[in-house]
Ligand binder design. Structure first.
Ligand code: 5GP
Length: 205
């Protein structure tokens, strides 16, 4: 089987949509998808682990990385900087690994410019009420922050048509099944398959 370059997948969703749980479940499925670990200037939450959830860096270090071109995309969200390592992405793609980027719409736009073949997926909540209830149930944010997150969610959702696939996360198992289908279908696209199975196709044809 011939090696083909890795595929890039982007997953975006407003906070409270269940994106992080979905991403973790998808990676745990062991379908040969590697998650890109972003750099961020945000403070680490007590539940997070350095190098697992993010690489946490001081703001000035992040800005230096930006200046040195070390990030393939970046965005400022709620006053914190987030970005994806250029080196890691390039190495993963060249080694034939498929990669998942869990990034926002600003980042997605930048990645599409550089990698036009990227497959982007947007996860929607089943309704604004459900989204607001999920944010409240997390007990993570004050009322004011929830109002801000809801406004940010509406802004993010207004860009949904820029994405290749849209998944509604009403039920986590079904949303996960949909996500796996997208990844598997993209892997079966003819150009990649004809490269992968070049010898077989030549033999058969
Ligand atoms: P949080 O601080 O809650 O972990 O993430 C906030 C937002 O940042 C989420 O929408 C997440 O998708 C986005 N994000 C995380 N890493 C990156 C990144 O490397 N680039 C961009 N553009 N967004 C990111």
């Amino acid at each position: 089987m011939a090696k083909v370059s890795g595929r890039l997948f982007i997953l975006s969703a407003p906070s409270g949509t269940g994106k992080t749980s979905l991403t973790k479940s998808l990676i745990r499925k062991n379908i040969n998808l590697s998650l890109s670990i972003s750099y961020t200037s945000r403070l680490m939450r007590s539940s997070e682990v350095e190098g697992h959830d993010y690489f946490f860096v001081e703001r000035n270090i992040f800005e230096q990385m930006l200046e040195d071109g070390e990030l393939v995309e970046s965005a400022e969200i709620y006053g914190n900087l987030y970005g994806t390592s250029r080196k890691w992405i390039n190495e993963a793609i060249n080694s034939g690994k498929d990669i998942l980027l869990e990034i926002d719409g600003q980042g997605a736009r930048q990645v599409r410019e550089i990698f036009p073949d990227v497959v982007s997926i947007f996860v929607l909540p089943p309704s604004l009420e459900v989204l607001e209830n999920r944010l409240k149930d997390r007990n993570q944010d004050s009322k004011e922050v929830i109002v801000k997150r809801m406004a940010a969610a509406k802004e993010e959702i207004s860009h949904v048509s820029e994405y290749d696939y849209v998944i509604i996360n009403d039920n986590m198992d079904m949303a996960l099944r949909d996500l796996v289908s997208v990844v598997q279908s993209e892997r079966l696209r003819a150009p990649a398959q004809l490269t992968r199975y070049h010898d077989l196709v030549t033999q058969l044809g």
